[in-house]
Design a binder for this molecule. Sequence first.
Ligand code: DGP
Length: 117
Amino acid sequence: MPEDTIFAKIVRGEIPADVVYRDEHVTAFRDIHPQAPVHVLIVPNRVIPSALDVTEEDEPVLGRLFTAARRVAEQEGLADGFRLIVNCRAHGGQEVDHLHLHLMGGEPLGPMRVRRR
Ligand code: DGP
């Protein structure tokens, strides 16, 4: 069932996570495998599996993901900037089928993608 994602369990408090922000629409917590000094995941509380599954009904929660990102960035002292990434399905490298923003920062992050060919 989609509501049984690992992130849904974190939202419901059933498994531990370092939660840095939560409200009625979204929850933000530190990534278990950080790839930058600050690496926070921001997820809708209600499961949307991927960026290919969003609908017009989701627009309020999708907007909240961004305002939560700005709040977390301020909390974490990222005034010099940061990167937001959404991986989608197989080609995007999505591992958890619960839409999430990766918020990464705390140092210059370099090019967005290293081309392999
Ligand atoms: P993605 O590839 O975009 O689906 O990224 C999934 C991220 O989720 C990955 O960076 C590791 C993180 N992650 C996976 N399981 C857990 C968990 O149980 N707790 C936390 N805090 N992060 C997790």
